[in-house]
Design a protein around this ligand. Structure first.
Ligand code: GLN
Length: 231
């Protein structure tokens, strides 16, 4: 219907280098992924048109605080420190950190074995925070997760510390046959959508939409599409 009232726009920030949650489709150049589909479904549920923009992960919370975006979705772990600056939605995905090493590396099998090693991480992430706690490790921070993986491939570091589902996707889909995920997940983390601290009305609407998408099966559909299994 051409005469429908113009829909409201929700400007959403993401760091589109975190497949399968958010990444740029090589052919269409569109941002795609689990988070993108979920955010679009949330927006639709709320009667908003979602406009996605990509920026550096460490710039997302500042962009919210500055009012440049209304919300963010970026595989972002709900942490007490971040929750001081933003409103997080209810958790929408359970995650955790793991390690990626070269296929022929048989020394690193767990987090303990990272001591004294060279590690690559993405700047501003929980992976970076945990890597910095490892005794005598040299931590090299990259702007994006793909750059951290590239450094491992190039032999500049011994391991990457990053979110398990993203590591698994990298190994399975990026054709990274020379790398593997090792060890148990270090911890348990949960991802949340975020809005500016003052925007409590918006986060309530987002929570309500998430509840509805879980009830009507839409959340499960999106989950199965990206992870090939039920949540
Ligand atoms: N979940 C991790 C964090 O919140 C990494 C997120 C990301 O790199 N997009 O720090």
């Amino acid at each position: 219907p051409a005469e429908q009232a113009k829909s409201k726009v929700l400007n959403v920030g993401t760091d589109a280098g975190f497949a399968p949650f958010e990444f740029q489709d090589e052919v269409s150049k569109k941002y795609v992924g689990f988070d993108i589909d979920l955010m679009e479904a949330v927006g639709k549920q709320m009667g908003y048109e979602v406009k996605i923009q990509s920026m550096g992960f460490d710039g997302l919370i500042p962009a919210l605080e500055a009012g440049n975006i209304d919300a963010l979705i970026s595989g972002m772990t709900i942490t007490p420190e971040r929750a001081k600056k933003v409103n997080f939605s209810k958790p929408y995905y359970k995650s955790g950190l793991s390690i990626v090493v070269k296929m022929d590396n048989n020394n690193i099998k767990d987090f303990k074995a990272l001591e004294g090693k060279k590690l690559a991480v993405q700047i501003g992430t929980t992976g970076a925070m945990e890597a910095k706690k490892v005794k005598d490790a040299t931590v090299r921070e990259f702007n994006t997760a793909p750059e951290a993986f590239m450094e491992l491939k190039a032999g500049g570091v011994d391991a990457v510390v990053n979110d398990l589902p993203v590591n698994e996707y990298y190994i399975a889909k990026a054709g990274a046959k020379d790398a593997k995920v090792v060890g148990e997940p270090l911890n348990s983390e949960e991802y949340g959508i975020a809005t500016a601290k003052k925007n409590t009305e918006l986060i309530e609407k987002i929570n309500k939409a998430l509840d509805e998408l879980k009830k009507n099966g839409e959340y499960e559909k999106i989950y199965v599409k990206w992870f090939g299994k039920k949540p």
